[in-house]
Design a protein around this ligand. Structure first.
Ligand SMILES: *Cc1c(COP(=O)(O)O)cnc(C)c1O
Length: 297
């Protein structure tokens, strides 16, 4: 009898490569730029694109090191918390979610989903949450929940960077600039690491005060590659007031995009990125002929 490895079982949860689709849009044609969407949001129902890619090598490492439980961190609406719960459920890891702030009943959809997939939820106050990577806080959690493979917030670490870098190799057509939405920076760090030649990456920060991401992406690349690549920037101008905040202009962009292209953009991440990207197109930031790729996760 053979026991299927985590690598095999992870592969079974994603349909790769994710589709690459060209977008016909008069706003692009007017500026003579081309845009393709890398539909990483379609790789699987339980583990959307970048979350699957970020977990992949981490879960292999967890298995290799003999861990049977995963512990990670997030806000009450975290996609990473959902994805970790789903991965644990499918792959046979126990999961613990350390949630920022107080418990609210009934659980919101994200946390109810995580709970239904077997995740143990525990809540810490905001001050403690800010110190979550410090040894005394981690030691306390391990004492309570026993040895766990600890994934940082958003699942972003060196192994996550290795995973997201692989997205780039799936893009078989030539392009100049690739864009992604940026929360914790792991996706941008990896994508930039996977680029070749003069290709560049732009991460659109979805939270206010996204200037810290510059440091985070550098730190993550150093952890994964021992070097920082010079081919990426973080655009902090399109956060719309902060994480998960919305404004009428963003909502109408989402509605208009659905009418034009039949795609419902996630307002927390992808809508802000594409709003920013189209604003740059409109402003003439890209030379005519520029070939763009936008990653939907
Ligand atoms: C988590 C997430 C991101 C952000 O990825 P980071 O690596 O944290 O920057 C972007 N888009 C979607 C849909 C996500 O769930």
């Amino acid at each position: 009898m053979t026991v299927r490895s985590i690598a095999d079982r992870m592969a079974g949860l994603a349909e790769l490569p994710s589709p690459l689709v060209g977008l016909r849009d008069e706003r692009l044609e007017r500026r003579a730029v081309r845009l393709q969407l890398k539909r990483d949001d379609l790789i699987g129902p339980d583990l959307p694109g970048n979350k699957w890619r970020k977990l992949r090598y981490n879960l292999e490492s967890a298995e290799h090191r003999g861990f049977t439980r995963l512990l990670t961190f997030g806000g009450a609406y975290s996609n990473h918390i959902r994805a970790t719960a789903a991965a644990g459920h499918h792959l046979g890891f126990g999961t613990v979610g350390v949630i920022r702030g107080e418990e609210h009943r009934p659980l919101n959809d994200s946390l109810a989903y995580a709970r239904a997939r077997g995740m143990t939820l525990t809540y810490v106050d905001r001050a403690t949450y800010r110190r979550k990577a410090e040894p005394d806080v981690l030691a306390e959690l391990v004492r309570e929940f026993r040895p766990c493979y600890v994934l940082p917030e958003g699942g972003s670490n060196g192994l996550a960077v290795r995973g997201t870098a692989e997205l780039v190799g799936e893009i078989t057509t030539a392009f100049d600039i690739i864009c992604c939405a940026t929360g914790t920076g792991g996706t941008l760090a990896g994508i930039a690491a996977g680029l070749r030649g003069s290709q560049r990456a732009i991460g659109f920060a979805v939270l206010k005060g996204g200037e810290f991401l510059e440091h985070e992406v550098r730190r993550l690349q150093l952890e994964a590659l021992r070097e920082v690549t010079p081919n990426w920037t973080v655009d902090t101008a399109f956060h719309f007031g902060g994480y998960a905040k919305r404004q009428p202009a963003l909502d109408s962009f989402v509605e208009d995009f659905r009418d034009r292209h039949g795609i419902s953009l996630d307002p927390v991440y992808e809508a802000k990125m594409l709003y920013g990207l189209f604003a740059h197109v409109e402003a003439g930031s890209f030379r005519p002929g520029t070939r763009l790729v936008a990653v939907l996760s």
